[in-house]
Design a binder for this molecule. Structure first.
Ligand code: PMP
Length: 380
């Protein structure tokens, strides 16, 4: 009596096969359903059963609330993928990377400083950096927008300037580097998309503060599990203190599910999930770029190919999002142009860029993508 699947909002009928022509395709949200077919293929090996008596306590006996088995597996994962150095580094778990973003801002700022530490990012940037930093209204830090405006002020700053560096970037997929340098420039490297699905892996990332998440790795955004890799003991201690005070660590149930999922990822050296992820994302990117290249009205970001040490070859781009630009002078609201063709993306201004840009999500389900592709072809 249970439905096997829910219909995508654009489909109806008893087996979800009837497409409603008027419905707008969702190309807005970054729900990573593109990996659902992989997990359907691995349904049994990825399943978790938890008996009622299991892991009932807070489990603060080790003072970290973190499963050591899971921490070990995270380190193995990075060594297989080659996307981050973990030897000699500390690891902190978070409820998604979202919780770790503010934990890191807090850890890199200082108590009782003369002024709040400026928190900055390069445009276009993921909006949560601002909205989350704003909501805490801390006297220790304050969101100040565009990183490049702080280039000359880090050497003589009396407080740390905290820069969010997203690499590959959301929304445009670029392999960003920190724009600020100097003793007071501290960076939080958000590597949510630094996985072979979306990016060549030229070298293991080796920064002081790095944030990762399973959301875009396995696609389990709803499990809310991420981790930070930290070089400095004092920063690590402040992050652990934040996690203790904020949520007393990450749900043990989430940790258990993450453990099981990572086991499947790691099997066979990660080849299976990353082959699937890369093929899917590459195919989607090729389709979208081929279609949009037929029209002068739209342009797409260009990402340089790089040698990938995971696949051992030069890899073309396969980003999570299309960052579309409307080229006509009068198309200042690019999302409105796309909405006219029943495509719902996200306005450029969400990422502090012009509304001449729109972000289209390419990581949703195959149904969503096929419909997006169909609508784009019609529009072009
Ligand atoms: N950083 C970036 C750049 C993201 O795009 C996202 C998710 N959209 C996150 C962090 C947060 O991911 P989560 O909290 O699910 O780990």
């Amino acid at each position: 009596g249970f439905p096997v699947c829910e219909c995508n909002s654009c489909y109806g009928g008893p087996d979800c096969s009837e497409l409603s022509p008027a419905c707008a395709v969702n190309a807005g949200s970054g729900d990573p359903y593109f990996l659902e077919p992989f997990w359907r293929q691995h349904a049994a090996s990825s399943a978790v059963v938890v008996a009622g008596w299991h892991r009932m306590g807070y489990s603060y006996s080790d003072n970290t609330y973190m499963s050591q088995e899971l921490e070990k597996r995270v380190r193995i994962l990075h060594s297989i993928v080659g996307n981050a150095v973990t030897a000699g580094r500390y690891i902190v778990f978070g409820a998604g990377s979202t919780q770790l973003l503010n934990a890191a801002v807090n850890a890199l700022s200082t108590d009782n400083s003369s002024m709040p530490a400026p928190v900055v990012a390069s445009i276009p940037y993921y909006p949560v950096y601002k909205t989350q930093t704003d909501i805490f209204q801390s006297i220790n830090y304050k969101f100040e927008g565009d990183a490049s405006l702080w280039k000359n002020s880090t050497s003589d700053a009396t407080v740390n300037v905290i820069e969010f560096v997203t690499s590959p970037n959301n929304p445009d997929g670029q392999p960003n580097k920190a724009v600020l340098s100097g003793p007071n420039a501290k960076a939080i490297h958000d590597h949510a998309y630094y996985w072979p699905h979306f990016s060549p892996i030229p070298t293991p990332a080796d920064e002081d503060v790095m944030v990762f998440t399973i959301s875009k790795l396995t696609g389990h955004a709803g499990t809310r599990f991420g981790w930070a890799i930290i070089k400095d003991k004092a920063v690590y201690d402040r992050m652990i203190q934040y996690m203790d005070l904020n949520t007393m660590g990450v749900s043990r149930d989430s940790q258990l599910r993450a453990l099981k999922l990572l086991k499947v990822v790691i099997e066979g050296g990660g080849r299976e999930i990353f082959d699937f992820g890369y093929k899917t994302m590459r195919d989607r990117w090729q389709k979208v770029s081929e279609t949009l290249s037929k029209s002068k009205r739209f342009s797409l970001q260009k990402i340089a190919p790089q040698y990938c040490n995971f696949f051992h070859k030069v890899r073309e781009s396969s980003p999570a999002y299309a960052w579309v630009k409307c080229e006509r002078e009068e198309d200042r609201d690019c999302n409105a142009v796309l909405q006219g063709a029943n495509i719902n993306g996200r306005n450029g201004s969400v990422y502090s860029a012009e509304d001449r840009y729109v972000r289209l999500s390419l990581i949703r389900s195959q149904d969503d993508f096929d419909l997006l592709f169909q609508r784009l072809n019609k529009l072009v």
